[in-house]
Design a binder for this molecule. Structure first.
Ligand SMILES: [Zn+2]
Length: 155
């Protein structure tokens, strides 16, 4: 049941991204993997090849806004990794223009700090899904309802 919930929701969210024109996410797989939950706040991860998102089954125990916030954040990573900073251009070749970003803004894509990579995942999630990603609770988990924005340092 939990696995089905997570996989179904992740698939729905991936389909929204595809409908936004992010066709490089067509083959993005969602895999439920208990080993992902190796720290209290680690519930999901995205491969740098942008071909799979691994989700801990423990995520299903969280409230829906957190499930969505985390899954959307990971799809933001996938979009970021799949398009490697060229997303702004891809979005103007048939898909809906999601982001108004200059080429120069993305020149440093490969030199980003881990914190900036996380911020870009949130920025892309917000653009794709028209939500606000905030950070809530003692573990500072992503959420689509309230919370601190932008992402705090050091989590
Ligand atoms: Zn992240």
């Amino acid at each position: 049941m939990k696995y089905a919930l997570l996989c179904n929701r992740a698939s729905q969210l991936r389909d929204i991204a595809l409908n936004q024109g992010l066709l490089r996410l067509s083959d993005l797989a969602v895999i439920v993997d208990p080993k992902v939950h190796d720290t209290d706040r680690h519930f999901a991860m995205c491969s740098e090849r942008a071909d799979e998102i691994r989700v801990a089954p423990q995520l299903a125990d969280q409230p829906y806004p957190i499930i969505d916030g985390i899954l959307m954040h990971e799809i933001g990573h996938a979009a970021d990794f799949a398009y490697k900073g060229k997303l702004w251009a891809e979005m103007n070749t048939g898909g809906a223009p999601l982001l108004m970003m200059s080429r120069s803004a993305w020149r440093g894509w490969k030199r980003r700090t881990p914190y900036v990579v996380e911020r870009h995942a949130d920025d892309l999630a917000e653009a794709i899904f028209s939500v606000r990603i905030g950070y809530v609770g003692p573990l500072m988990l992503q959420s689509t309802e309230g919370g601190v924005r932008p992402r705090p340092f050091g989590i």
